[in-house]
Design a binder for this molecule. Structure first.
Ligand SMILES: N[C@@H](CCC(=O)N[C@@H](CS)C(=O)NCC(=O)O)C(=O)O
Length: 226
């Protein structure tokens, strides 16, 4: 069985890619030390952290058993899935794997905009931590990505045609969960996404993986008018 030694995850539960990796570990019972990087307070800018992660982003995974330190959530998810033999999460069947990889590559310049174009500027603006932005326009700007995801979900239960979720679903969901919570993105326009969200919410450890985001929402929701 994998992971006689602990891995260390440098992360923050409000960070979307961190949440996907942390949830994957909980789902697969991979024991990990959680090293909290308070990126709101600039903890990712310290010399110590930048030595681990030259681009200064979370999440980062350290696995001392093979002297490995890696960033990029999708590389971490793939690594952990392969090491833990979590075949349903990252299928070894070449056709399904190709579809999962297709999604994971597409994600960075498309789904990720849900955070960089919509969630982050709108929420930081509302909290007075950044300039106020036009939420209507940002919602329009991200709608092609949501439409594509909604289409992918039309024939199948999960994103890549599998009967159970893969790491593609986890990564995608952890950009969309926050939109639902903060009522952003007009998700009601995407019925297949709504059905899929309900399925993802039923997965084990959903609550534990989302506690940090829930707390962030609870502490800031009075400042939102949307
Ligand atoms: N492509 C990266 C994205 C990582 C990323 O954007 N992390 C954010 C938090 S969600 C971060 O560390 N931001 C700090 C900063 O921009 O200074 C991944 O998938 O891991």
């Amino acid at each position: 069985v994998f992971m006689a030694t602990l891995v260390t995850l440098y992360a923050h539960w409000v960070s979307q890619p961190s949440r996907a990796v942390g949830w994957f570990c909980l789902l697969n019972k991979i024991e990990f030390d959680f090293e909290f990087i308070d990126f709101f307070a600039g903890a990712h800018k310290t010399e110590e952290f930048q030595n681990l992660s030259p681009n200064g982003l979370i999440p980062v995974l350290k696995d001392d058993s093979i002297d490995l330190v890696i960033a990029e959530s999708h590389a971490i998810l793939q690594y952990l899935a392969e090491k833990a033999n979590a075949d349903s999460w990252f299928p070894s069947d070449p056709k399904t794997k190709a579809k999962v990889l297709q999604y994971l590559h597409w994600h960075h310049l498309n789904t990720r905009n849900l955070t960089t174009v919509l969630f982050k500027p709108v929420v930081l603006g509302a909290l007075g931590l950044g300039p106020s932005v036009d939420a209507e326009q940002a919602t329009k700007d991200v709608s092609p990505a949501l439409e594509r995801i909604n289409n992918w979900l039309s024939n199948d239960t999960f994103l890549c045609g599998t009967a159970t979720p893969t790491i593609a679903d986890l990564s995608c969901y952890c950009e969309i969960d926050q939109l639902k919570l903060f009522n952003l993105g007009k998700l009601d326009s995407y019925p297949n996404i709504i059905t899929w969200i309900a399925k993802m919410e039923q997965l084990p450890s959903h609550e534990e993986a989302h506690k940090g985001l829930q707390e962030f929402f609870a502490s800031s929701k009075d400042k939102f008018q949307f």
